[in-house]
Ligand binder design. Structure first.
Ligand code: HEM
Length: 410
């Protein structure tokens, strides 16, 4: 049988991703599976038999096991599904350069070291007052326009976009070139041909930016990486794209869905309003409770691995269910409750092991400042439509809301 682009996509069946029942809870099928054990064989929509991990210890074991590769294309079964005419576009070293989220050691280590050198305490410290300014500017603009507003369009998306642009040194005025393409890349319904096109356009844009920064370096992360001198233009463009894509939709959806969740839990909202010192803990709790990375991380078993009493054969796809892991009752008593003052536990919202989120400190600052200022500046913040009319991002890699109509006491 001739491989098709759809047969390359390993997606969980609808009952394991559908969060329309309650947008804050794991899909009903995931909750059922978790109750039965930590590791499950399930059939993906393309017919591939995969392993879904719902146990906390087992998920951490997978994410710290060097036999579990982050490079899906090392999987011979997946490779066999890549149509011949797409091999070059998908698999050439040029196409994959810089995408270290999908690399294994030692290649991953090389990139991670260079990036850690750039995510310095100094740079993060410099960025914090800018995050305050960016949050304040967005709120000023929203308040000046007056209620109602779409919190996603006016606040949740622009704040992390502006921050990542500033960090990288990407002109925010170019956002039309990357916001739309990022959205395409993260939509499971984008046809593969379009996906490749969006990726290539983003890459071309970044290559242009890298070249201009070589000529005119500034005090930003991309210029810093160029000055290190270890990466070529393709690698630099790949790294910059990864940071851009990973850095803004994730935090944006935490701000959007997080605000929605707080508005739907007035007691928790009141607690946070009354005591802003709870903000950092509330951010951790929202990360746990909402699990916006709701179908992954993905790994590929390069050898037979025993996990939670189950034998996973070599060449299998293994998928971590972050929503299930984050509702583990042994780690988090009464896991289905949102409690902004919950003692900090080991949620897996930023992953675990060598690929653990590189931008987590930055994301934490953006969210703590974002929620604190939002609640301080907008008394009486409320939904402007019935909760069930808020459109959820069901087909997106990063879960959240497409828009959040809100109002407040002007
Ligand atoms: C990796 C979640 C914000 C950059 C990851 C992973 C998760 C994650 C789960 C691990 C993926 C895996 O193991 O395969 C999140 C969430 C965020 C967030 C929930 C916001 C609330 C950010 C930001 C940046 C960023 C702001 C950039 C500044 C990255 C990068 C990686 C990564 C570069 C790959 C790290 C590696 O492979 O070594 N993120 N992230 N993330 N994240 Fe984030």
């Amino acid at each position: 049988q001739r491989p098709t682009t759809d047969s390359m996509r390993t997606q969980l069946p609808p009952e394991l991703v559908d969060r329309t029942g309650c947008p804050f809870d794991p899909a009903a099928g995931v909750t059922d599976l978790s109750a039965r054990g930590p590791v499950h064989q399930v059939t993906a929509t393309n017919g591939e038999v995969v392993w879904l991990v719902t146990g906390h210890d087992e998920a951490r074991a997978v994410l710290s096991d060097p036999r579990m590769s982050a490079d899906r294309f090392r999987n011979p079964r997946l490779l066999a599904r890549v149509p011949q005419e797409m091999r070059e576009q998908l698999l050439s070293p040029k196409a994959r350069a810089g995408g270290f989220i999908a690399m294994d050691a030692p290649e991953h280590t090389r990139y991670r070291r260079l990036l850690t050198g750039q995510f310095t305490v100094r740079r993060m410290r410099m960025l914090t007052p800018r995050i305050h300014e960016i949050v304040t500017d967005r709120l000023d603009a929203m308040i000046a326009a007056g209620p109602p507003a779409d919190l996603v369009r006016d606040f949740a998306l622009p704040v992390p976009s502006l921050v990542i642009c500033e960090l990288l040194g990407v002109p925010y005025d170019d956002r039309d070139s990357f916001q739309h393409r990022t959205a395409q890349l993260l939509n499971l319904e984008t046809p593969l041909e379009q996906l490749i096109e969006a990726r290539d356009e983003l890459r071309a844009y970044m290559i242009g930016l890298v070249r201009s920064k070589r000529e005119h370096p500034a005090d930003d992360l991309l210029s810093g990486l160029i000055q290190d001198g270890d990466l070529d233009d393709d690698e630099l463009a790949g790294v910059a794209n990864l940071l851009l894509v990973a850095g803004h939709e994730t935090t944006a959806n935490m701000l959007g869905l997080g605000t929605f969740a707080l508005l739907e839990h007035p007691d928790q909202l009141a607690k946070l309003r009354a005591d802003p010192s709870l903000a950092e803990g509330a951010v951790e709790e929202l990360l746990r409770y909402l699990s916006i990375i709701h179908m992954g991380p993905f790994r590929f078993a390069t050898a037979e691995v025993e996990l939670g009493g189950v034998v996973i054969p070599a060449d299998s796809t293994v998928i971590i269910s972050v929503p299930a892991v984050n509702r583990d009752a042994e780690q988090f008593p009464d896991p289905g409750a949102l409690a902004v003052d919950r003692p900090r536990g080991h949620h897996l919202s930023f992953g675990h092991g060598i690929h653990q989120c590189l931008g987590q400190q930055l994301a934490r600052v953006e969210m703590a400042v974002g929620f604190t200022e939002l609640l301080r500046r907008l008394p009486g913040l409320r939904l402007d439509v019935p909760a069930r009319q808020v459109p959820t991002r069901d087909t997106m890699v990063v879960f959240g809301v497409h828009s959040l109509p809100v109002s407040w006491d002007a």
